[in-house]
Design a binder for this molecule. Structure first.
Ligand SMILES: [Fe+2]
Length: 365
């Protein structure tokens, strides 16, 4: 019984530590770090929780072996590696600082290698139970390094900026420079083409999360003093992703109306002049929106020469960063339509046309 408890308790401890670490991940990794999704070796999202559960069980059983038959001096090393493991989630998911995460996980790699080398003499089974874990964290080290390489802004975060992030995250959550914009209509006003539930999630949760994340990321940085548009034009990495998503969504929601009016003449003439006819424009825009691979935004934009064009941007792409003038956009991230239309993006876009506020689009010309 005592022997069983020596294995069960460490396994439970690991699973609890893993659950707490996982709770720090409030947003999908791909939304925070699109560069990770582009990594050729990134496994499907389901692989992460499944792998970590199995690894935590192996990790706990390894300590159980040491407590039962091994050299008790290595118990401290086991707890130390678990603490460093937990800290990685704190740096990476909570502080959104991949560089600090990378430094942490390299230390973790070394601790785990030391643990395996030392415990294998007295307790080979405890060492073998750690081998899959070592393989996995080496792979995680590669993914973390990939993100640092793809997000130079995070790479250049100074120690002072990291400290500032910690202070703003732990002591002063109330600093909010950006807030959720008001919708110009009621939550159920666009139903059934866009349901109240979709708005509750898309506007109330997704947009709110981008804004909260942005406020947390910019606290203590020069971006804290900039208007949203300027952040979109100057930032990259996670700050750009969240700033652009906040701006794009505010623009998208502001361009919807439950009481659509006919398109103003000057807009119809401008579209006909560029695309042949309003119908031809809508057809080309729809084709681009339905055909955009993965998540992103399709825009009607004005160029520096005044000419109109359609721009398809993956992820958080925004025309302001390209020096173009946004006139109209449709959000084709799955979260924009999945509640009402499941996987039928074409049906969503078809119905979205009936919600476009043409007066606002014309006013931006
Ligand atoms: Fe969205």
């Amino acid at each position: 019984m005592k022997k069983a408890l020596r294995h069960i308790v460490p396994v439970l401890l690991c699973l609890v530590a893993g659950a707490v670490a996982g709770s720090m991940q409030t947003e999908s990794l791909a939304e925070w770090y699109p560069s990770l999704a582009k990594s050729p070796l990134t496994p499907p999202a389901i692989a992460f929780p499944v792998a970590w559960t199995l690894l935590y069980i192996c990790m706990g059983l390894s300590l159980g072996r040491v407590l039962t038959d091994g050299d008790k001096r290595f118990v401290t090393l086991w707890f130390l590696q678990l603490a460093v493991n937990f800290l990685w989630s704190f740096f990476f998911f909570y502080l959104r600082c991949p560089l600090a995460g990378l430094a942490d996980i390299v230390v973790l790699d070394l601790l785990v290698i030391l643990y395996i080398r030392w415990v294998r003499r007295a307790t080979p089974s405890a060492a073998w139970l750690f081998v899959p874990y070592l393989v996995w964290i080496l792979f995680a080290t590669y993914l973390n390094a990939y993100i640092v390489m793809e997000n130079p802004r995070e790479k250049s975060l100074s120690a002072a900026a990291v400290t500032e992030n910690i202070l703003s995250n732990t002591k002063n959550q109330s600093i909010m420079t950006h807030t959720l914009p008001q919708l110009p209509y009621a939550m159920e006003a666009l139903s059934p083409k866009m349901s109240r539930e979709t708005l509750e999630y898309h506007y109330g949760k997704h947009l709110q999360t981008y804004i909260d994340n942005l406020n947390r990321l910019i606290a203590g940085t020069p971006y804290a003093a900039m208007p949203l548009e300027e952040i979109v034009c100057k930032a990259d990495g996670a700050i750009f992703n969240n700033a652009a998503q906040a701006w794009n969504h505010a623009f998208f929601f502001d361009t919807l109306t439950p009481a659509q009016q006919p398109m103003p003449e000057k807009l119809a003439a401008a579209l006909a002049g560029e695309f042949g006819s309003v119908e031809a424009f809508k057809e080309a825009f729809t084709k681009s929106a339905v055909g955009l691979f993965g998540s992103g935004w399709v825009w009607l934009v004005g160029g520096p020469d005044g000419r109109l064009s359609i721009l398809a941007e993956p992820n958080a792409g925004n025309p302001l960063a390209r020096g173009l003038k946004p006139l109209l956009t449709v959000d084709v991230w799955e979260h924009a339509y999945y509640i009402d239309y499941r996987n039928r993006r074409a049906d969503f876009v078809k119905n979205w046309w009936d919600l476009v506020d043409w007066q606002k689009v014309a006013g931006r010309l």
